[in-house]
Ligand binder design. Structure first.
Ligand code: SF4
Ligand code: SF4
Length: 371
């Protein structure tokens, strides 16, 4: 992809299609508090095309795709809501809401030299890309995971950087296109061909917009190499699948295998796999749609049967926070003892920034020692 190419062209047409094809059956409304507030997708988009450009409406949708999963017409409403965001934001940030400034700052910090590291040795063509939230909340787990992967893939590099998904989801199309292209061009110049992600959002971003790389999730890789250990755990968990990867059954199977390998009994809920619910934070709706987004976490809690919820997204884990007992799959795999003792340390904001900074320097110093 040329550095100046813009991604928006890939998203146009979803609004018009929804207006034309939506049969107003309300199946999606049964599932989603946002649609219960605003109405049938076909009607929402029709009002929009007729000039009703409510500046909050598209930003209150989590872009989670559950409405598509239940739609008999297979309409991509989340793509249509993203299109609305892109058209509103246009080429400047004038229509972003004040609440979005925190997220824009988070992304800017994630791309700054304070936190980025491209630890790629000459000849290395595969990198581990853990993502901003995992490294901030779970620096030790990230490090242990990287060490394990490095044993499996000698010469594996590590890149601490931001994929710019926040800008993508906010509809800042020009910003996202520029930043993500810049990252991809840099990785290409460094010889990277394969990207192993830990964050499901990074995974879909690379898969959707960087076809030149082979992108796979760390869970697939771990599931193919990990075998049952001697210490088995007695815990029971309910699985929370991430909404961005709701159609990725390979990833979902890998997650289930890893839980089984750990000796843990897992339970499915009514909303799992392609029918999973958002954690509430998806596409930054959590910043603006208070009251609506909490409903998703309530569904997850109600369906968890009182068990611990296991997730494989650091963002979901942070959003559930103390409201819903949860563990991250990578903590389960790389902090077994602490999980068993219930002493896993999850760093909370703003200390996450310090952890990212410290992790960068631990990795950097380790690399210099090796050379
Ligand atoms: S929040 Fe999810 S289910 Fe509801 S309209 Fe948006 S994408 Fe569809
Ligand atoms: S499920 Fe599909 S067809 Fe039915 S109202 Fe929702 S978007 Fe329209």
């Amino acid at each position: 992809m040329a550095e100046t190419e813009n991604f928006r062209s890939q998203k146009t047409g979803a609004i018009e299609l929804a207006v034309k094809e939506c049969i107003r059956c309300k199946l999606c409304i049964r599932e989603c508090g946002y649609l219960q507030k605003y109405g049938k997708p076909g009607e929402i988009f029709e009002r929009y095309l007729n000039g009703d450009k409510d500046g909050r409406l598209p930003f209150e949708c989590n872009l989670c795709g559950l409405c598509t999963a239940v739609c008999p017409k297979d309409l991509n409403n989340n793509t249509a809501f993203l299109q609305m965001r892109q058209e509103l934001v246009a080429d400047d940030d004038a229509h972003l809401l004040p609440e979005h400034s925190v997220l824009c700052r988070y992304e800017k910090m994630g791309r700054s030299p304070f936190f980025t590291l491209h630890g790629i040795d000459p000849g290395c063509d595969t990198i581990f890309f853990p993502g901003c939230t995992l490294t901030g909340t779970r620096a030790e787990t990230t490090l242990r995971c990287y060490k394990y992967l490095k044993n499996e893939i000698p010469g594996l590099g590590i890149v601490l950087d931001c994929c710019s998904r926040p800008s993508h989801d906010l509809g800042r199309d020009t910003v996202f296109s520029h930043q993500f292209n810049e990252l991809c061009q840099k990785l290409k110049r460094q010889g990277v061909k394969r990207v192993i992600t830990a964050c499901p959002s990074c995974l879909v971003t690379f898969r959707e917009y960087a076809e030149d790389f082979e992108s796979l999730s760390v869970y697939e890789l771990l599931a193919s190499s990990m075998t049952p250990g001697k210490e088995q755990m007695t815990m029971e968990v309910t699985i929370h699948d991430t909404c961005v990867t709701r159609n990725d059954s390979v990833l979902q199977d890998a997650v289930r295998r890893l839980i089984t390998v750990s000796g843990i009994k897992s339970y499915e809920s009514e909303h799992s796999r392609e029918k999973t619910v958002c954690c509430g934070e998806g596409a930054a709706a959590g910043f603006v749609a208070h009251g609506l987004t909490e409903k998703w976490a309530s569904i997850r809690k109600d369906e968890s049967g009182g068990r611990m919820v296991i997730t494989y997204c650091a963002g979901c884990s942070s959003t559930f926070g103390s409201k819903l007992k949860n563990i991250h799959l990578l903590d389960l795999l790389f902090q077994k003892k602490r999980i068993a003792e219930n002493t896993v340390k999850v760093t909370r904001s703003p200390f996450t920034y310090w952890k990212r900074f410290a992790l960068k320097w631990r990795l950097k110093i380790g690399m210099n020692k090796c050379t």
